[in-house]
Design a protein around this ligand. Sequence first.
Ligand code: FAD
Length: 377
Amino acid sequence: MEKVDITIIGAGIIGLAVSASVSKPSHAVYILEKNMSFGQEASGRNSEVIHAGIYYPKDSLKAKTCVEGNRLIYEICERDSILYKKVGKLIVASEKEELKELERLLQNGRQNGVSGLRILSARDVKDMEPNIRAPAALYSPDTGIVDSHNLMRHFFQKAKAQGADFVFQTEVRQIEKDGRGFRVSVGDADGTDFSFFTRILINCAGLNSDIIAELAGIDIKKENYILKFCKGEYFRVGANKSGMIKHLVYPVPNEKEVSLGIHATPDLGAGLRLGPDARYIERSRANYDIDGSRKEDFSRAVNRFLPFIESADLAADTAGIRAKLQGPQDGFRDFIICHEEEKGLPGLINLIGIDSPGLTCAPSIAKYVQNIVEELI
Ligand SMILES: Cc1cc2nc3c(=O)[nH]c(=O)nc-3n(C[C@H](O)[C@H](O)[C@H](O)COP(=O)(O)OP(=O)(O)OC[C@H]3O[C@@H](n4cnc5c(N)ncnc54)[C@H](O)[C@@H]3O)c2cc1C
């Protein structure tokens, strides 16, 4: 049976960044991806925002990897000429009662190490964004947008140059513990099955990462690893109004909401999108359809701070699905990044529940995983 040192399941931004960090000419590394190419699921269906790290609880993995990932992404983009714009972000209060929450986010962001945050008065907001209505806002200068496809390509090419092998249209179907490693069985597009031995197995399978953990022998119910699917849809603003704001504009998040609220994201092509919203869906009903009739809901949601938007300005755009550990009624859940040695599975590294801000965190998560791998190899 063929033997490799490291196998990574999934070629989204997380699997790609991890592969670029752990591959070396001296290691045999496989990246298995069920789709025809990399980045076709959550990583290719997001807002492309480089978050600053304002919202997440202090010392959480989300906070730490977001703040570091933000810095690393800008460095990579500069070094490798990947398109990005540090456009800055405004979290806008729509009512006076939300000012307290802006203050809390300011303190939280500062505790997480986010620099440059400041509260803006109504006048400051008007100077910066004349078309926004807001009595105050929290300004984050380090939030930006990135060409996520080219960022993924950067990791893909780096891993390949270091000798990693990408195997597309190949789905992991079975995993068995086998001595000091794992026997992985896969099926390819032609219906051919094969299996091989890997010493280290890194699970970056996004929406399927809980199922992969279960295949490897984890009791995912007991460990609280079961994912919930949370869909987000986007609407594009017509060209006549897309230039009316220059910054990313977010509402104050509602405590009961599981996302940051429908926001406005300028893109790198001078367009403007609204979204994503957040709706839990059944796993068995996952699809990327967009319900065009929801234009009204989207325009109503942003009208509090973007009064110039009318539903007639909106056209259905794309949708993505978040892999969430947090259910609709739950509080904060952090990323799971775990070497499963204590569960009797040394060599298995699970990455589960890598929802937002996973794109931003990717290079920092990859460093974290690299440290685990270096202890093992
Ligand atoms: C609507 C939306 C908006 C978002 N906006 C932002 C944002 O602006 N900024 C930000 O930082 N983050 C954002 N995120 C979060 C970010 O997109 C994700 O955290 C990130 O893309 C997760 O990457 P991933 O590699 O874990 O998952 P994915 O990109 O989903 O990749 C997982 C891969 O595993 C493969 N796979 C699964 N099962 C198998 C198997 N059995 N065999 C082989 N391959 C398999 C899949 O085909 C897939 O390619 C957003 C997410 C969504 C959904």
